[in-house]
Write a protein of this length. Sequence first.
Length: 330
Amino acid sequence: MDILLKNKVDNLLQNYETIYSHHKWTSKLIVEFAALIYTLKKKDFNDDDFEELQKYIKDNTGAFSSYRSYHLFIISTLLLTSVNDPKSAFKDLISLEDKMKQQGFKKNNYSSIAAFSILTSSEIGDWNGRISKSYTLYESMKSNHFWLTGYSDYPMAALLSASDKDTRTLTTEMEECYSRLVAEGFSKSDGLQLLSHMLVLSPKSTEEKVTTCVKLHRYFKEEGIKIYSNCYEMFGFLCLLEDYAEESATKVVELYNHLKSVKAFKWSGKEINLMFSISLISEDYIDKLKNGEIVGTTFSTSIETLIAAQNAAIAGTVAASAAAASSSSS
């Protein structure tokens, strides 16, 4: 493991210990999520700021709001690591969600993640257009895969609404990716649908993207890491690294095996450790792109799109895992 990546892992562990020391009664998964986001954003956790924002959110939402329980932790983490004025941004987030509800979206944990995606990637004057396009995309997804499409598709619909491509083109590309991947042996599932959405973010041809997915899937299997359908979305994020996808996969395997030996993450579960490994490795390449360290290759996917996709994939995956854990314990 190279020194820069080792430093990221050390920062992840330090952030985990710091956050856990203040929130020992919070779900381990949510604490791990916060530690990952603070590491990726290169931010220092300050519990006073964290508690202050959580109190502010509680004071400005109803008792039965979706901004309760584990989701309060998720949104607080995203705001504190992504914007300069979290309280003001939360007001905008509520306003955005209200506009989304008027368009037809249902308010829930996923709608706030979708709203966060629009909030951090557009100006106020663009909100109505983004919301309208997001809902049209969501309805198109639903018309093609009624039984698979649900609230968990909100964040990707919001993310894709930033594309210059029209809704018909985006929907066609999603279906092409989905059908081709099914033909290659990928399981028909909501996870595969999310993967097909993620792949549309890359302007590469459908054939190129599907070929990369097949190669990566085969490689992980050979390394003893089975990619279940609920991990397809994060797995697909590696495909956005284009020419570096296969190189990054070897580093993911190395980091994944390392995390299994670390006390804090030893019992986190295969899916979570894989998500963390992919996130950290991907961020390493994003950093190199920012700093001009990757030369000789032109990325067709922008840095901004890579970062937005990473945020949406991580938050969506954790929200789904936390919701599943919450229902199983109740």
